[in-house]
Design a protein around this ligand. Structure first.
Ligand code: CAA
Ligand code: NAD
Length: 283
């Protein structure tokens, strides 16, 4: 089966990035979200990214228009009836994802692959919501999607080899590098990254240093492109908390307990860059 038509669910920072790279590689894309406003916000981000590339002389203006013409807005999951692949990038919540996959299973054609961009949740559990667990797979892009090369590919217990190969091949078409990992909480990326971010938050919580000092130590001392608190704001503090909860629950080990300060910020609606305030403030 050749994948041609794709639906991306969730037009947030990840979904819009995924839609952009798929359209740039020639796939037609439905960008789905709950409301037209949310899709418009996602499309605005895509236009800004492509516009910047045109200004820098890295992309022809015609290619930008062609890319944009491949993306259609969708507020109905029924549009999945026309696609070969769905990549779900809605919020990191098992109930939301389970509901989406149950519905998709009834709407998408029998041949369609259902992928999730989950950061940490079990692919096997999401697949079990469908009658096609062999066609369900994790396709975990990194943020910002147009820039980062990695896609972690995660098989659920029942994922078919052909499905793995199709997704691996498509990842290369998107000019990304596939890395296969097994289905354990947080996979590899967030099993390692998120406890570091959580520890940075504890360091702030316990008054060991200021937020700027913590970020400077990791930037200047370890050559990280962003300090951990800036990175947490960039990822979204809600997403960071959901990932820590998945690790904590999945491994039953207190070393993964989310820092109370992270919980407090999320409860306050301080979600990081996307809400205008997290550890830092944004315009
Ligand atoms: N969207 C699209 N493109 C972006 C971008 C964004 N948000 N931010 C930067 N870019 C592009 C710029 O346009 C520029 O492109 P060109 O080279 O073509 O000109 C390039 O990236 C470099 O940008 P800048 O020079 O402005 O900035 P920088 O050198 O500081 O790089 C960065 C920005 C790539 C974001 C860098 O700071 C970085 O790598 N940060 C760490 C990112 C990271 O760790 N991501 C993983 C997060 S964890 C995850 O994704 C998994 C999960 O499940 C939570
Ligand atoms: P986000 O908050 O920026 O966007 C989520 C979008 O999903 C919102 O626009 C929301 O309206 C939409 N949504 C929620 N429920 C929906 C539904 N039922 N149907 C359609 N759309 C729905 O979040 P994000 O950072 O883009 O993260 C999305 C997913 O990608 C999460 O599973 C997250 O763990 C994962 N992820 C995030 C990052 C990151 O750095 N932020 C990196 C890799 C993977």
């Amino acid at each position: 089966m050749a994948i041609k038509n794709v639906m991306v669910i969730g037009a947030g920072q990840m979904g819009s990035g995924i839609a952009q790279v798929c359209a740039q590689s020639g796939y037609t894309v439905f960008l789905n979200d709950l409301s037209a406003d949310q899709i418009e916000r996602g499309l605005k981000g895509i236009k800004k990214n492509l516009g910047r590339a045109v200004e820098k002389g890295k992309l022809e203006a015609d290619a930008m228009e062609e890319t944009l013409s491949r993306i259609s807005a969708s507020t109905s999951l029924e549009d999945a009836a026309e696609v070969d692949l769905v990549i779900e990038a809605a919020v990191e919540n098992i109930a939301v994802k389970a509901d989406i996959f149950r519905k998709l299973d009834k709407i998408a054609p029998a041949h369609a692959i259902l992928a999730t961009n989950t950061s940490s949740l079990p692919i096997t559990e999401i697949a079990a919501e469908t009658d096609r667990p062999e066609k369900v797979i994790g396709m975990h892009f990194m943020n910002p999607v147009p820039v980062m090369k990695l896609v972690e590919i995660i098989r659920g217990l029942a994922t078919a080899d052909e499905v793995y190969k199709e997704i691996e091949e498509m990842t290369r078409v998107l000019n990304k590098v596939p890395v296969e990992v097994n289905d354990f909480p947080g996979f590899v990326s967030n099993r390692i990254l998120m406890p570091m971010i959580n520890e940075a938050i504890y360091t702030l919580y316990e008054g060991v240093a200021s937020k700027e000092a913590i970020d400077d130590v990791m930037k200047l001392g370890m050559n990280h492109p962003m300090g951990p608190l800036t990175l947490a704001d960039f990822i979204g503090l809600d997403t960071c908390l959901y990932i820590m909860e998945t690790l904590y629950e999945g491994f039953g080990d207190s070393k993964y307990r989310p820092c109370p300060l992270l919980r407090k910020y999320v409860k306050a609606g301080w979600l990081g860059k996307k809400s205008g305030r997290g550890f830092y403030e944004y315009q």
